[in-house]
Design a protein. Structure first.
Length: 259
């Protein structure tokens, strides 16, 4: 089964964000997907769908995403608004009432899209209610494979500026996931850089942003003169099978697209 993975769109209805045009970048991603991977089962959008949490931006985003020929799984990041997202984008049946957190059963295992949003801060959290839901899902999955998508990393990645804003209760999450033995992979947004590794024995990958890429972490960023890295965006092609997980990072447009 094939999935598309897009992260950190930071979409705005008009204007430029950090030197790039979010409409042009998203259009390029959608054109690439429709041309080469329209046979994918889902396109997961791992949070920070918009930059400013306005109805106008979400409406324009929904209009752009209407061109996508692959069913989407939208998620929240620290820049998102649950209520507005819910009002303009489709969500799977069984989504939690208060959170944009849901499970998608597939032929290759269970996909869990977590809501790590913590209102008022760029950092993330999984409160008791969301953790209890997760535990229930992991118990019900038994020995079947579980694939988790989440916006905030539950572990430090050696990126000082992003590590400050990771999942607050990451250790609790990792202990829960590792103790069940059925979580086969973590797909993580938020950091705008491609990093892979393992955490408590669970493999993970992060994804570049559709819009702008985070510069190298050292020296520490100067926020008054912040400039994104001059690197092209990527999307992910994920293949899930009985053998395991394959993730291909693909550049879908030149760096200059939308600049
Ligand atoms: Fe984020």
């Amino acid at each position: 089964m094939k999935l598309i993975w897009l992260s950190d769109l930071h979409f705005v209805a008009d204007g430029i964000e950090l030197g790039h045009d979010p409409r042009a970048r998203l259009k390029a991603a959608i054109a690439f997907i429709n041309q080469h991977h329209a046979d994918s089962a889902y396109c997961v959008l791992s949070g920070d769908l918009v930059n400013r949490e306005t109805v106008e931006d979400y409406s324009a985003l929904a209009e752009h995403l209407g061109e996508l020929r692959v069913p989407m799984l939208p998620m929240v990041g620290n820049h998102d608004d649950r209520q507005i997202l819910r009002s303009v984008l489709p969500l799977p049946d069984g989504c939690m009432d208060e959170f944009i957190q849901y499970a998608v059963p597939t032929s290759e295992g269970l996909i869990l899209c977590l809501d790590t949003h913590k209102i008022g801060t760029p950092a993330g959290e999984l409160c008791a209610e969301r953790l209890a839901w997760l535990e229930q899902q992991l118990n019900a999955a038994g020995a079947g494979p579980v694939y988790v998508f989440m916006h905030h990393p539950p572990m430090p990645l050696g990126l000082p500026m992003q590590d400050m804003d990771r999942l607050d209760d990451g250790e609790v999450f990792l202990d829960l996931a590792a103790s069940h033995g059925n979580v086969k992979y973590l797909f993580i947004g938020h950091v705008h850089r491609p990093i892979t590794g393992t955490a408590k024995g669970i493999p993970f990958a992060t994804m570049r942003s559709v819009l702008y890429q985070a510069p190298a972490p050292v020296p520490a960023w100067d926020w008054d003169n912040f400039a994104p890295a001059e690197e092209a965006p990527n999307l992910g092609i994920i293949t899930l099978s009985a053998l395991g997980v394959n993730l291909e990072y693909i550049q879908f447009c030149p760096y200059a697209e939308g600049t």
